[in-house]
Write a protein that binds this ligand. Structure first.
Ligand SMILES: [Zn+2]
Length: 410
């Protein structure tokens, strides 16, 4: 999404209210000023941790007014993230020694006859193969996705320097809390560039981190801030970077896998997730229970284009092939519930699949809502207005999360 603002009007769009699991909506206008005022200039370096749910959100003074758009999130100026501040002991970047999972495209049966158009025979066969087949059957449970390990500690690295109090304010965590996690560090003293602060630490074995209620009407217990690492640029404001410990681990693994598969690509932009305790996160209608995350669409590099940022996608700049790769990766995790993506972008993916045989024709009906009417089928990817410059991924409720609710839950 463009720096100034976005587009997604979850609040105003009812096309998928059911899907979004929204409670009744109330009008809201305006956009967070204070967020900007926070001057997110730091960068964040995080470490693996496990988390504790004790991160406390401060009173609403900081809640920004803002428009209702579902802003993917932008850490603002100086969001010089990118530093894998995993800190001591956890600095493995993209080498987690896990085997690469095979992309499923080669596994598609080749039953149908090739269909002209200059495709290689395999791709042509896939393009023509209309045998109904749910891609989850071939993708879920990929080897890299076997063990998601929640962090036990998360650190933030200030790129240009700053005080610990400033970092506490970025996360909206209590000063006494950050002080306890960083003994001996003075709250007010300016620290130099590259200084790392612990911004979350697991309270122990009995720590519980869970999603409660619906994504559009729920809360988060034991929220853990997102960790930095390969494959990502954390663009959200720090206090909007929380999820359940498990979902932080899932997203971290997905992004690491992304970096591993496409080391030459630009990292994905990671936008808003949830607040530490969940609940309303303006301008979103969902993002309330630690299961949602906004991600950038893989973009083609367009000559002359400014900085890498959220951007409205079209045929011109959407990298259709990589978007399919991202969708496959999300499904491979076995933890994806749904992806929200504007219909017009789904059309680009659909046409690309048909034209290139990238995805078997028989799978398309499971993947994309397009070309059907939004809201009429339960596909992996569904339309929701406003998702032109970012996609929205929602993770499943875990079996252990007895209070987690989902309309998609079996
Ligand atoms: Zn979203």
């Amino acid at each position: 999404m463009e720096p100034d603002d976005p587009t997604e009007h979850e609040e105003l769009d009812d096309a998928n209210e059911e899907l979004e699991e929204d409670p009744p909506r109330s009008p809201w206008v305006g956009r967070g000023l204070v967020a900007g005022a926070l001057g997110l200039w730091g960068v964040v370096a995080w470490m693996r941790v496990g988390g504790d749910a004790r991160v406390q959100v401060r009173p609403a003074a900081l809640v920004d007014p803002g428009d209702e758009s579902d802003e993917a999130g932008d850490r603002g100026d100086g969001a010089d993230v990118l530093d894998d501040g995993r800190g001591d002991g956890a600095s493995e970047r993209r080498d987690d020694g896990e085997p690469e999972a095979a992309l499923g495209e080669d596994e598609a049966p080749e039953e149908a006859a090739a269909g002209g158009s200059g495709l290689d025979p395999e791709a042509a066969a896939r393009a023509a193969d209309s045998t109904p087949r749910d891609p989850r059957e071939r993708l879920e449970g990929a080897s890299w996705a076997k063990d998601f390990e929640p962090p036990t500690k998360v650190t933030y690295k200030v790129k240009r320097g700053g005080s610990m109090k400033m970092v506490a304010n970025l996360y909206k965590i209590f000063h006494h809390e950050i002080q306890a996690w960083n003994p001996g560090v003075d709250l007010d003293v300016e620290q130099g560039p590259g200084t790392k602060f612990v911004v979350w630490q697991s309270p122990g074995d009995d720590f519980v981190s869970e999603s409660v209620g619906y994504a559009g009407d729920g809360s988060l217990v034991g929220g853990v801030p997102m960790v930095d690492g390969p494959g990502r640029i954390l663009k959200m404001e720090a206090w909007k970077s929380y999820a359940t410990a498990y979902n932080v681990a899932v997203l971290d693994a997905i992004l690491r896998q992304w970096a591993k598969r496409f080391p030459e690509d630009r990292p994905l932009l990671v936008g808003n997730m949830s607040a530490a305790k969940g609940g309303r996160l303006r301008p979103h209608s969902t993002h309330r229970s630690g299961r949602d995350v906004d991600l950038s669409y893989p973009q083609k590099i367009v000559p002359g284009e400014e900085e890498y940022n959220w951007r409205e996608m079209s045929e011109r700049n959407l990298d259709a092939d990589r978007n399919w790769a991202l969708l496959e990766l999300l499904v491979e995790s076995g933890e994806l519930e749904v992806v929200l993506m504007d219909s017009k972008l789904q059309k680009i993916l659909y046409d690309h699949a048909i034209a290139t045989g990238r995805v078997a024709k028989g799978e398309l009906g499971f993947w994309l809502e397009y070309p059907r009417q939004p809201g009429t089928v339960e596909t992996i990817v569904r339309h929701h207005a406003g998702h032109v410059d970012h996609l929205h991924a929602r993770f499943k409720c875990q079996p252990s999360e007895s209070r987690c609710k989902s309309r998609d839950r079996d």
